[in-house]
Design a protein around this ligand. Structure first.
Ligand code: ZN
Length: 256
């Protein structure tokens, strides 16, 4: 009886040692690349994530939008469940203690917005309360607290186009059955088909050259943002672009 017990303990120790050496190896690889661990991206959502994601909502300050909160919760849960990269974004924001207030009210210009001063994510009427707008604004929320030059409101055009491309990638891959209007290129633009082909290449990890990637990004970005240029979004700011948000969220581990 005792021998069996010892044998079992020995076996357990062996497994634990083997596991800890795997972990060390992983750490080393990541240290070498100077990157953080991103466990939430690779593992499936854990039990109880439905409640976890609600930590991102500031319920006290969302009283005006009470009737829409169920829908916002559903979006957060779907985003967390189906988009591995967004799991990481949501975990990071929650772990840093950030929350957003939900607002649904008509805005003259924007379909949705993130206002860092009031930490508000807003939708212009219930018709714009859509999952793709939620993804888009969560990315602005994350960008504000993660990319220094975006927090300083420099290069708004770069930030905007990075977010449009990321939202398009996630929608094309993870919500492909949803009716969806691409944000990175207008459907009636000459470049539309070529843009979708570029997204597919990115989805298949076929884009392996950062210079080539940046060149295409600038080219498509100019075609699209030209139409929405304003006091903040200046197409000229795209020149010299290198991946920032896309580097953190998309290219992590895919390109050296
Ligand atoms: Zn935006």
């Amino acid at each position: 009886m005792k021998t069996k017990l010892f044998r079992n303990i020995g076996y357990l120790l062996f497994i634990l040692l083997a596991l800890s050496s795997c972990v060390n190896e992983m750490d080393m690889v990541e240290d070498e690349q100077g990157l953080e661990t991103l466990s939430s991206r690779t593992s499936p959502p854990f039990a109880g994530y439905e409640e976890w994601v609600k930590k991102l909502i500031d319920y006290d300050k969302s009283a005006d939008s009470k009737s829409y909160l169920g829908k916002v919760e559903n979006f957060l849960q779907s985003i967390y469940r189906f988009i591995p990269e967004m799991r990481d974004v949501v975990d990071d924001l929650i772990n840093r203690g950030f929350k957003f207030r939900v607002a649904v009210r008509h805005d003259d210009e924007r379909k949705s917005w993130f206002n860092p001063n009031s930490s508000e994510i807003g939708f212009s009427g219930v018709e714009n309360l859509k999952i793709e707008n939620m993804i888009h604004e969560l990315l602005h929320f994350f960008a504000f607290y993660t990319v220094d030059e975006y927090r300083k409101r420099l290069y708004a055009a770069r930030e905007e186009y990075e977010i449009r491309v990321l939202t398009d990638l996630f929608m094309r891959r993870d919500f492909s059955t949803f009716p969806y209007e691409y944000q990175g290129m207008k459907i009636d633009h000459d470049e539309y088909i070529r843009y979708l082909g570029w997204l597919d290449k990115l989805l298949k990890n076929e884009v392996q050259n950062m210079d080539q990637f940046s060149e295409n990004f600038i080219q498509f970005g100019i075609s699209r943002l030209f139409w929405i240029e304003d006091t903040k979004i200046k197409v000229a700011d795209l020149n010299g672009y290198r991946p920032r948000l896309l580097g953190i969220i998309w290219f992590y581990g895919k390109i050296k």
